[in-house]
Design a protein around this ligand. Structure first.
Ligand code: 5GP
Length: 113
């Protein structure tokens, strides 16, 4: 495998993060530089679900974005967030900086911690 990314380190617990959602398969944590009042990133935790970017999605990993979307939907429902944007930055030209597939949830709404 290539160099571990910052998100590998977050999953391994080597770097701390502000976790707001977790299941066996997906972790949701606050973006360190929020671009909306609520800005959460969702990543798949299992090694076999690792994809660096939507750009390199394959038939075998096509289910991963769906898991992230379901987690984001579940998180929003839990927190009572009614409206939000979901974004994948795809490749350097698409603004992607961290090459560990992640879904941005951004909302103008906030929630009780
Ligand atoms: P990208 O542009 O790759 O889609 O988004 C990467 C996101 O990760 C950025 O919004 C950035 O603020 C966030 N980020 C980068 N490093 C860290 C970190 O160490 N911790 C957290 N919580 N977010 C990070």
């Amino acid at each position: 495998m290539s160099e571990p990314t910052i998100f590998h380190k977050i999953i391994a617990g080597e770097i701390s993060s502000d976790k707001v959602f977790e299941t066996e398969e997906v972790l949701g944590f606050k973006d360190i530089h929020p671009k909306a009042p609520t800005h959460v990133l969702f990543i798949a935790k299992k090694e076999e679900d690792f994809v660096d970017s939507i750009i390199n999605l394959t038939e075998e990993t096509a289910h991963v974005p769906g898991k992230l979307v379901r987690a984001a939907q579940e998180f929003a429902a839990q927190k009572g967030i009614e409206g939000y944007k979901l974004t994948f930055h795809c490749g350097k030209g698409g603004g992607q900086e961290v090459f560990y597939l992640h879904l941005h949830l951004m909302s103008q709404e906030t929630y009780a911690e």
